[in-house]
Design a protein around this ligand. Structure first.
Ligand code: DX5
Ligand code: ZN
Length: 231
């Protein structure tokens, strides 16, 4: 085990049962990402959401493993990597090596989801499966209980600051029934103090928020407002 492995085991996804806000750096200032992350870290969050886009699975491009590796040196937060990429199995190892602690891939992009979940665990990461708004929950029924967290998209992936889709949020109810209380259920897209209450009432415990956190000059207050609304 080298230093990198040791660092990774220190940063684990919190056990299910608490409400966590995961700020998405998609809406942060990319010219000063380390500072932006430090700011939400000092506001008391446990994890930060890293949106990886390849311009193929989604029509937008963000960043890859080298950026994650650089950020790793600046933060002790759990790195929650959301891979919106066509070939998650081909890149999982590179993201794990870069310092991602939790890696989520899309069911729509995975040829062998069970195998990928197993590989993520072998790489020392927790594993997540994600479903798009139009994907039936049945698509993840078998694999969701093998994951540490299930991610329910509440917008179409690709861009920040989109409008929350209430029908997509309802997928949380069925996902929570499938996984029970021990697996985290994360929601992503359009989460704000206005929408946090309803997703939490459906059973979500992990709330990704990009625009609602980073468009606010007072990030700590923005995070607290989302957490309050979810209680
Ligand atoms: C969308 C990304 C989200 C995005 C959410 O494709 O997966 O994580 O950053 O942004 P907001 O919270 O602004 O809707
Ligand atoms: Zn995301």
């Amino acid at each position: 085990m080298d230093g990198r492995d040791r660092v990774k085991t220190d940063f684990r996804l919190p056990k299910a049962g608490t409400i966590e806000v995961a700020p998405s750096i998609l809406s942060a200032d990319f010219a000063k990402l380390a500072d932006e992350i430090a700011e939400v870290e000092s506001a008391g969050v446990k994890m930060v959401h890293l949106d990886v886009m390849d311009g193929h699975f989604v029509p937008n491009i963000t960043f890859g493993p080298p950026v994650v590796a650089k950020l790793r040196g600046h933060s002790k937060l759990v790195f929650d990597a959301h891979l919106m990429i066509t070939d998650p199995a081909g890149y999982a190892e590179r993201f794990a090596e870069a310092g991602a602690n939790h890696i989520t891939f899309h069911i729509e992009a995975a040829a062998e989801p069970e195998r990928l979940i197993e590989r993520l665990h072998l790489l020392g990461c927790t594993a997540g499966i994600c479903l798009n708004p139009e994907t039936p929950v049945e698509a993840i029924e078998k694999v969701a209980p093998l994951c540490d967290m299930v991610l329910v998209m509440t917008v179409h992936p690709g861009f920040g600051a989109q409008a929350f889709i209430p029908e997509a949020a309802r997928n949380v109810i069925r996902v929570r029934e499938i996984v029970g209380p021990e697996v985290r259920v994360e929601v992503d897209g359009g989460i704000s103090p206005k929408t946090a209450g309803v997703v939490a009432s459906y059973g979500a415990d992990t709330l990704v928020a990009g625009n609602a956190v980073f468009s606010n000059r007072d990030r700590a207050a923005a995070i607290e407002a989302i957490r309050d609304a979810a209680r």
